[in-house]
Ligand binder design. Structure first.
Ligand SMILES: C[S@@+](CC[C@H](N)C(=O)[O-])C[C@H]1O[C@@H](n2cnc3c(N)ncnc32)[C@H](O)[C@@H]1O
Length: 299
């Protein structure tokens, strides 16, 4: 007579998350425990606080967890697996074809939001909106703002359309160099996180190198400065005199960007801003009035 077959008891959630964190650490993931928990919560949808409480008991691991962990071990970005990126107060839909918004950009958005405090219905433009992280945050946090967003890639534009439609942002598919000509000289704030990586500086992390679209990364030219320079020129075109421009960039570009802005004679109050790690990762400037610009240009 054959022995009755015994099914192995389901692995507990706590053990599965612990093992997943070990596998993710071995794969070189910088935040293995957090990713292991977020993947489990993606399936259980209980929130991290409750997830941790469940791990104290004998709750079984959810079906499909091992497959998600394996995908992350292959260095698929966490946000592509879960389909969402958290940015300030927003939960943005993201996936292949769009740049995943980064935490350092949240501080750049804060500079723009601080600047418009007390303004009535400020007009704000986001150049190179990607998922719509910047434009969407501004629209959400400054409810009376009139927000416009420009994106060149049709793939990113599709994600931005999904994220920005509920927030009332005017999204255009176009080139930041010449988009929104109807707003020339009328905008209060231009904000941008343009592509800025130098051509030869291939990112090390597979999540970035293999999954962020190249058109979102490389700024053009050996120093990556073509698109940041173009964004600054467009800001000078779009802003009213006294309007505010703020742009994210690489740490090494801080001095170059200040010099580019200074050289045009169009800007005053050129300031470099530090990110949370103390790195010079953003620059702001105020568009000078026409008389000052003429004087500087010797006219
Ligand atoms: C670094 S990503 C930033 C995306 C988003 N603003 C963020 O902070 O997450 C730069 C974005 O600019 C877009 N882009 C590149 N060249 C552009 C151009 N000439 N005109 C408009 N957008 C452009 C890219 O497709 C990409 O979505």
């Amino acid at each position: 007579m054959s022995e009755p077959t015994q099914t192995a008891p389901a692995q507990s959630l706590a053990a599965a998350v612990r093992e997943a964190a070990e596998r993710l650490a071995e794969a070189g993931i910088p935040s293995p425990r957090a990713d292991a928990e977020l993947l489990a919560d993606h399936l259980l949808n209980v929130g991290l606080g409750r997830l941790r409480a469940l791990m104290l008991g004998d709750t079984p691991a959810p079906a499909g967890y091992a497959e998600l962990v394996a995908e992350r071990v292959r260095r698929t970005p966490l946000q592509h697996i879960t389909g969402v990126a958290h940015f300030r107060y927003l939960e943005l839909a993201v996936g292949p074809g769009v740049f995943i918004p980064r935490p350092e950009t949240e501080s750049v958005v804060q500079l723009a939001i601080d600047h418009v405090k007390g303004m009535q219905a400020p007009r704000i433009v986001d150049l190179g909106t990607g998922s719509g992280a910047i434009a969407g945050s501004v629209a959400h946090e400054v409810p009376d703002a009139e927000v416009h967003a420009v994106e060149f890639s049709p793939f990113a534009h599709a994600w931005a359309a999904k994220n920005l439609a509920p927030l009332g942002v005017n999204l255009v598919l176009g080139d930041l160099r010449n988009a929104l000509p109807e707003l020339n000289g009328t905008v209060d704030v231009v904000i941008s996180n343009p592509p800025y990586i130098p051509a030869a500086a291939t990112p090390n992390e597979p999540e970035v190198a293999l999954h962020d679209p190249p058109e979102a990364l490389y700024g053009g030219g050996a120093d990556g400065m073509e698109l940041p320079t173009a964004a600054a020129a467009s800001a000078a075109r779009l802003l009213r005199p006294g309007g505010y421009f703020v742009m994210e960039h690489a740490e090494v570009q801080a001095g170059w960007i200040a010099a580019v802005l200074d050289r045009t004679g169009a800007w005053t109050s050129i300031s470099t801003h530090l990110d949370l790690n103390g790195k010079e990762r953003a620059t702001s400037a105020v568009l000078a009035d026409q008389a000052t610009r003429n004087e500087r240009m010797g006219q």
